[in-house]
Design a protein around this ligand. Structure first.
Ligand code: 48N
Length: 321
């Protein structure tokens, strides 16, 4: 028999509102008609959580996950890569177009890519102006150093951006999920009878993707979308995925390859070059440096944010009103 339920004044306010916490010891909250008081710190002996059955937890998770997979199987836009560029793109689109259904596919369990630290494991993050405009819009505080600003911890930028993106009802993040291929449709042109347009992505759980060599029959899943925005970073174990795939499917002759570090030229180039590289595929962030052979910029992130702004603008040109 469950111990006598602790008396508790729990906030019955809808989720997401602030609990009325008076002080840490006595967690006082008020709940509708069942006004009860938990004196946490004093009543631990009689304290108990509401009852649960394991299957309820399992159903609460799986019902939502598979409903989302079903719902986003047809998306308006798929963003590949939830690094600083991909998330900035999603933030701009989520704000401007709440009518669009946007799926973000992120191979890592933890989204954020390379933006959790500022450089060489240092915590502060530098952004050159005018990227401070993006930080102002996001509500991220920074120290102004004249031509650049410094966010005291990169994780403050990335966690704020991530939380804003995840709060949009029309955006769904599928993390720990890798894009393994691109969906294509014939789109011959007068100069290239074999040209294709991109029409979605092929996905698998990342841990499955990593074991295709030692397991068989692990076929993928798919998401159809008229527009894919790829921001998978510069070449690396998972990086530059979409543009490398374009080369291997003969839709791009070869990659220009990211060049050496030159902060002064890299950031302008990457923002300016963010664009639709083949019909239905926009590339931004460090992935575009692999296409045109732009330099890398090292530990400064303004170009990632503004490449995301540019990618969102390019997307709205493609998608239209
Ligand atoms: O942070 P990244 O790697 O990429 P960007 O372009 O958003 O930001 C790049 C930035 O962090 C830098 O590299 C900085 C500015 N340094 C520059 C320099 O010169 O050193 O995020 C890419 C994301 C990651 O989270 C990957 O896990 C993910 O994309 N990803 C994928 N997700 C799904 N499917 C894939 N095939 C895939 N490949 C990568």
């Amino acid at each position: 028999m469950a111990p006598p339920a602790a008396t508790s004044e729990l906030s019955s306010a809808p989720t997401g509102t602030n609990l009325d916490v008076k002080n840490l010891g006595g967690l006082k909250m008020t709940e509708g008609s069942h006004a009860k008081t938990i004196e946490l710190g004093k009543d631990w002996e009689s304290f108990t959580f509401a009852p649960i059955r394991e299957s309820q937890v399992s159903r609460a998770m799986t019902r939502r996950y598979f409903a989302d997979l079903d719902d986003y199987a047809e998306s308006d836009i798929v963003i590949v890569g939830a690094g600083s560029c991909g998330l900035s793109t999603a933030y701009m689109l989520g704000k401007q177009r709440p009518d669009l259904k946007i799926a973000i596919i992120e191979a890592g369990v933890a989204p954020g890519g390379g933006a959790w630290l500022g450089g060489q494991l240092f915590s502060a993050m530098v952004m050159r102006k005018p990227a401070d405009v993006f930080l102002n819009d996001l509500g991220v505080p920074y120290e102004d150093e004249g031509d650049f600003v410094v966010v005291k911890h990169a994780a403050l930028f990335t966690s704020t951006l991530l939380s804003k993106v995840l709060s949009f009802p029309n955006i769904k993040l599928f993390n720990a999920t890798a894009v393994e291929d691109l969906i294509t449709r014939p789109a011959p042109t007068p100069t290239d009878p074999h040209a294709v347009r991109i029409a979605g992505v092929v996905t698998n759980w990342t841990l499955v993707s990593m074991h295709h060599d030692d397991q068989s029959c692990m076929d993928p899943n798919t998401i159809n979308a008229p527009l894919v925005i790829s921001a998978t970073g510069h070449d690396g174990p998972f990086g530059a995925f979409s543009v490398k795939r374009l080369v291997s499917m003969q839709q791009m002759e070869r990659l220009g390859g990211m060049r050496g570090l030159d902060m002064r030229t890299a950031e302008d180039a990457i923002v300016k070059q963010t664009r639709e590289v083949v019909k239905g595929l926009i590339v931004g962030g460090m992935e575009i440096s692999e296409v045109d052979g732009a330099n890398r910029m090292g530990p400064t992130f303004g170009a990632m944010a503004l490449s995301g702004v540019k990618a969102a603008e390019e997307a709205l040109k493609v998608i239209g009103e």
